[in-house]
Design a protein around this ligand. Structure first.
Ligand code: GDP
Length: 378
């Protein structure tokens, strides 16, 4: 990743080992925040659908279970619904339901009311290296059925395995799939349904990026988080900031300046480095990462990467120019304000979730003072 290990000065890499958990991963742990929403079926749910061998299990394994892409070559094909509960991060709470493509929606045993009813987003995976006509008709069926049951569902189409296509071919395939899918919907009189398309592959960061976008649509507080990040970067001479779910490397929010894929990859790499360091040399094994967990890495491009723990599962990763780091005190101070504000967002969200009897997905009433970084629950 272009890390210039030769140019570190003593204080330029300040990784407090022991801050990340040793056995890093999602486990059956307690929600750490006061009044955390109840666990279970009331969480926003993501459904992962697609034909057999389209890559659903691989996506799930690579994004949420740290399996390396090559290992997915030998995965057994999916033939039942797998409920994968990703519930520990306070913001990223969802389940992935891996549903084989050949499912018959009208079969008695397929409870579509239940499955689509509580679902926030439906991801449909299409293998771009294969003939996709069958997949498209499946997509059409799934979308119309799901929309009938739940109008709020967001439909996301992953045009997957694009690592095998040339750049021209990628664009052509995307255009073709988009055209056919929207035409079919229009023919069926359902052109009010919006589909979003993403080109993905498990062999690069595109799958993480696409998942980030999907997850962000399910976070009602996204605008608040983006606003907070904007305030932090403009007051700290930071160029770009991502709020990461550390385990999956999904960014649940970023400031409103455009995302450059390379910056995102750099930040992902930094998380890997810090986790590896902590796993090898960390002293704590209680599965918690603490308040002081932080790391600065200076790159040979006079850029500095800065990582700071926000809470147990979230980290702020920033990119700044070398001269922007002169005043670390200000960065540190602004970071603390940011962290407090995030906590307030959580508390407000949880209170609201309780008030709504655990119904997920409502808006959080939050207002942010224009000059400061604190959010006051209304
Ligand atoms: P599922 O039946 O939909 O769960 O499909 P699997 O996850 O079992 O994947 C089927 C095959 O596709 C496996 O051999 C994977 O290694 C392969 N695969 C998955 N994702 C990608 C990708 O992004 N690129 C390529 N080239 N192959 C992939």
């Amino acid at each position: 990743s272009g890390l210039d290990t030769g140019s570190y000065e003593d204080d330029q890499v300040a990784t407090y080992v022991g801050s990340f958990p040793k056995g890093f991963g999602y486990g059956p742990e307690e929600p750490e925040l006061e009044g955390a929403p109840s666990r279970g079926e009331d969480k926003p749910r993501i459904l992962l659908m697609g034909l057999r061998r389209s890559g659903k299990s691989s996506i799930q394994k690579v994004v949420f279970h740290k399996v390396s892409p090559n290992e997915t070559l030998f995965l057994e094909s999916t033939n039942k619904i797998i409920k994968d509960d990703i519930s520990n991060s306070s913001f990223v709470q969802f389940q992935i339901w891996d549903i084989p493509g050949q499912i018959d929606f009208f079969d008695q045993t397929f409870d579509s009311e239940y499955i689509f009813g509580g679902c926030g987003a439906l991801i449909f995976v299409i293998d771009a290296q294969d003939d996709y006509m069958e997949a498209l008709s499946r997509l059409q069926m799934a979308v119309t059925r799901a929309h009938k049951i739940n109008e709020a569902i967001k439909f996301e189409v992953f045009i997957h395995k694009v690592d095998g296509l040339s750049d021209d071919n990628k664009i052509e395939t995307q255009r073709d799939i988009l055209q056919r899918a929207t035409d079919e919907l229009a023919d069926a009189g359902m052109d009010n349904i919006r589909l979003s398309f993403h080109l993905t592959s498990i062999y690069d960061h595109s799958i993480f990026e696409a998942f980030s976008k999907v997850v962000q649509k399910l976070i009602p507080q996204l605008a608040v988080l983006e606003n907070l990040l904007d305030i932090v970067i403009s007051n700290s001479k930071i160029e770009k900031a991502f709020l990461f779910d550390v385990v999956s490397k999904i960014y649940i929010a970023t400031d409103t300046s455009p995302v450059d894929m390379q910056c995102y990859e750099l930040c992902c790499d930094m998380i890997d480095v810090v986790i590896d360091m902590s796993c090898i040399y960390g002293v704590r094994d209680d599965g918690a990462f603490d308040n002081e967990s932080a790391s600065f890495i200076k790159l040979n491009s006079s850029t500095v990467l800065f990582l700071r723990e926000v809470n147990r599962h979230l980290a702020l990763v920033c990119i700044l120019r070398e001269d922007g780091c002169e005043n670390r005190g200000i960065i540190e101070y602004n970071f603390k304000c940011f962290r407090n504000a995030i906590q307030e967002v959580f508390v407000a969200r949880n209170k609201q979730a309780q008030a709504h009897n655990g119904l997920a997905g409502g808006e959080v009433g939050l207002s942010i003072g224009s000059g400061g970084t604190t959010g006051d629950p209304r």
